[in-house]
Design a protein around this ligand. Sequence first.
Ligand SMILES: [Zn+2]
Length: 512
Amino acid sequence: MPARFTVTTPIYYVNDVPHIGHAYNEVATDVLARWHRMRGDDTFMLTGTDEHGQKILRTAVAHETTPQEWTDRLVESAWKPQLELLDIANDDFIRTTDERHKVGVRIFLQRLYDAGWIYHGEFEAEYCVGCEEYKTPGDLVPGTGEYEGQLVCAIHSRPVETVREANYFFKLSQFQQQLLDLYDARPDYVQPEHVRNEVRQFVAQGLTDLSISRSTFDWGIAVPWDETHVVYVWFEALLNYVSAIGYGVDEEQFARRWPATHIVGKDIARFHAVIWPAMQMAAGIEVSDHVFGHGWLLVGGEKMSKAKATGIEPRQITDVFGVDAFRYYFMRAIAFGSDGSFSWEDLDARYHAELANGLGNLASRTIAMVHKYRDGVVPDVAPVPEVAALLATSVERADAAIDRFQIHEAIEQAMRIVDRLNGFVTEQAPWVLAKDDAQQEHLDAVLATLVQGIGTAAILLAPVMTRSTQALWAAVGGEGAVRDQPIREAAAWRGTGRVETIPPLFPRVEAQ
Ligand SMILES: [Zn+2]
């Protein structure tokens, strides 16, 4: 039976405008999913939108429409088009307004209630509508300007609201020891290390029960045993990961797809690695495979967000450099798990050095030489052992890096092949070999080595750059779709067909 790989992005808050911070998460999750598909794993990638809560209701009202019409509009005009723009091959897209989600949430909640994990209680706390989150005193900072003298949300710089309600509570506090045991028993459950430490420390300080319902507005999913309450938006949103795959409804699909791996920004790792596993334990389902909290994209030293007005739309980048370069740049330039700074200069420099001059030039030189010296036919001989060994090692290392979610390392291994092959051309000087009758067999081996190496690199880079690798693959005589090649056997591919001349894969981009 093939290995299971179910991977999720967070569901995005539909009210936000998609920016490259969201795109970064989507692309990384997509690269992982594509890689696993090329391994032959039973892969399923889930993404979607989070559509309930007070903030959405307020914006819809402000736009003189209903929350359902408002979210429909945003999903169709902003969120789905971004996935298409970025070549995201998600297998499913869940909206929390989908009937299947509502059904799953009600079943899950009822089970928690029946098992005694939910009780009714009084509640007073500070709430930021922008975050849709309760704030502890430590989360608040002194306000400035018009909010001088008040405490405000550190993220939104706006005052919080004091909420007093009688609500339903989830007994989160009961799960402290089980969570600590989980982190200790499975050190790779929360990654990377610094996020794991932060989460563990948070739980070690003690947990309070979580208010999981609201009765002051109705834009949400009704609590099954008390229709006067709707489920707290975060609690409900986490359940998308199981409602999408048939939880409580389609046991066969659920057994096939669950547990999943969650790729999230580090700022929401706590929800995914504290509240969510406690909910899973309470409901008696398996805990997720992994929670990986990646870093933030910084622009001018600040976290990319709409609230801070540093948002850059992905299209601004793809219009100039193309989708493949967008995907390549963010996966290659930033160590996955660390914060990274975006700059147009760095993007431009890497595009030209690594893609245009590195990969693109290697491809065009090799294809031209096979045409010139062998009439376009790839010599059917073994590659030189030194390069063959490097291909095998690089493939193995790249594949191992993916299991550690180190996407940048996997790409580095592919680019190591490209660099080595460019060096190999210079050392071997095929244009000199071509003039020497005694060197014809050697020239065959050099050309075959170059073609094989390019094919191997194309396979390894296929999860990252979906379009240019297909063009490259076809140009060196690869058959079928490059995404259908077994990625673990990438070094074993042997080009024996014909090469075809293609337009430059990464045309030069003039400075803006
Ligand atoms: Zn806030």
